[in-house]
Ligand binder design. Structure first.
Ligand code: SAM
Ligand code: TMP
Ligand code: ZN
Length: 404
């Protein structure tokens, strides 16, 4: 039995992906580095409903100074965060001399807009390479991990924050008690701690099994986040479903008793009551993962036997789970194209598939491309329209294996 990282309750394992590498630890082909692997299994806490991994990878392994992910690589995400910044500037940051703090600001995709608006701000992120990019765009950023002491230190040095925001980061952090303690120390009276992360309901419903990888330590839902916030002295006061990354949820939390929850919280709790509170729902997801994975390997193997060329598109963190769980290496997918300079010339973790710039995609076009960055499908398919016009076909493996 494993104890819940949030409440200490009983976590029931529902799927084991086996030995997996650190999803963003792209390999330098010239170096003799030994790769780190760990057992990636997920479970459901029957006490507080939090879906979580059974083993934790240390934060220094997942988020080293040269962490390669760059948020600004997607036009859709740039628009999403620009709209988010506008909303914050018109609401929580509309008062006199507001102060905004962002946990996991990466390359400043959102923080840049706050900075350009002339609002006092501070980002906190350990990924020094990404932080340099944010600073070059005029953002104030502190290198390092946010935790309780960071919140206390920022409050002492710069005063209270009206808004603490974090996107696609809080669910990556096992030590959430420390994050909420830091938020409590730093928030102004009536201030809010808002975070958005992939939504467990979308992941289960659509069998997005590749959303399970080291960084996604928790898969948040409305019920589990409400319980978590309560445990750490906060109320969940609003939720908003977002279309990005295949489905995400924005959670607004405030110190207990400071704000009245909106109807959306109760509405989403009712939705989850019907579909996410039974262990069997998660076990059925596990069965579908096996079916989809087998179908993907069978498709790639038969295409190879027919002499068709297949490459990958988007060396996402998600692709680590797919390639390593399915046992897909360069013999089935000789390379993956990716627009991130920090990933090009490297090999995918574990599966060791070379990563090439997008220019390699059309040189010549393959017969098929596995779209690992399916969350950016509309943007990538529009950009690569000529591939379809040249009779190329996209292979998707969620919600099931299909060709478009
Ligand atoms: N917010 C961006 C977005 O939504 O695209 C970046 C998301 S990226 C997946 C997660 C970021 O959180 C990384 O840049 C990582 O370095 C940072 N991070 C991880 N743990 C953190 C912590 N405890 N405090 C601050 N940043 C953290
Ligand atoms: P993400 O799913 O974690 O956001 O990662 C998306 C990956 O896909 C990232 O490595 C960048 C890459 N990508 C491209 O290669 N071309 C594109 O047009 C987009 C939007 C992303
Ligand atoms: Zn629990």
């Amino acid at each position: 039995m494993t104890n819940c990282r949030i409440c200490g309750g009983n976590v029931r394992e529902f799927f084991d992906f086996g030995r997996q590498p650190v999803s963003d630890a792209f390999i330098d082909p010239s170096g003799g580095e030994t790769e780190f692997f760990y057992q990636l299994a997920v479970g459901y806490c029957t006490a507080c409903a939090m879906v979580q991994q059974l083993k934790e990878v240390s934060r220094d392994r997942m988020f080293p100074a040269d962490y390669p992910y760059r948020s600004s690589g997607s036009a859709v995400m740039r628009e999403h965060f620009a709209a988010t910044a506008d909303r914050f500037l018109a609401t929580e940051l509309a008062g006199d001399d507001p102060f905004y703090v962002e946990i996991g600001c990466n390359d400043g995709i959102l923080l840049g807009a706050i900075s350009r608006a002339g609002v006092r701000h501070l980002g906190v992120d350990p990924a020094e390479g990404a932080v340099e990019v944010a600073r070059a765009h005029g953002c104030r950023v502190r290198d390092g991990f946010f935790e309780a002491a960071t919140g206390v230190g920022i409050r002492a040095a710069e005063g209270p924050a009206q808004l603490i925001f974090s996107a696609n980061t809080i669910s990556h952090i096992g030590y959430i008690d420390s994050i909420f303690a830091g938020a409590d120390a730093l928030l102004a009276p009536g201030g809010v701690f808002v975070f958005e992360d992939r939504y467990v309901g979308d992941i289960i419903e659509n069998t997005y099994f590749d959303q399970v990888y080291d960084e996604h330590f928790y898969l948040f839902g409305v019920r589990s986040v409400r319980n978590m916030a309560r445990r750490f002295g906060f109320d969940l006061v609003d939720v908003e479903h977002l279309p990005v990354h295949g489905g995400a949820m924005r959670y607004t939390t405030a110190r207990a008793g400071e704000r009245v929850p909106t109807d959306a919280v109760g509405d989403w709790l009712a939705v989850e009551e019907k579909g996410l509170t039974e262990l069997s729902v998660y076990e059925e997801f596990g069965a579908r993962v096996e079916t989809n994975s087998r179908a993907l390997v069978e498709l790639l193997t038969s295409l190879r036997a027919e002499g068709r060329s297949v490459v990958g598109y988007g060396a996402t963190s998600k692709s680590a789970t797919v390639t390593n769980y399915c046992g897909i290496g360069p013999e089935l997918i000789p390379f993956i194209c990716d627009s991130t300079p920090e990933k090009q010339g490297r090999l995918t973790p574990g599966s060791r598939i070379p990563i090439l710039p997008p220019a390699a995609f059309s040189d010549p076009y393959p017969d098929y491309a596995v779209l690992f960055a399916w969350n950016h499908a509309a943007e990538i398919m529009a950009k690569e329209r000529a591939f379809r016009e040249a009779d190329g076909r996209w292979i998707l493996y969620v919600p099931d294996v299909h060709i478009v």
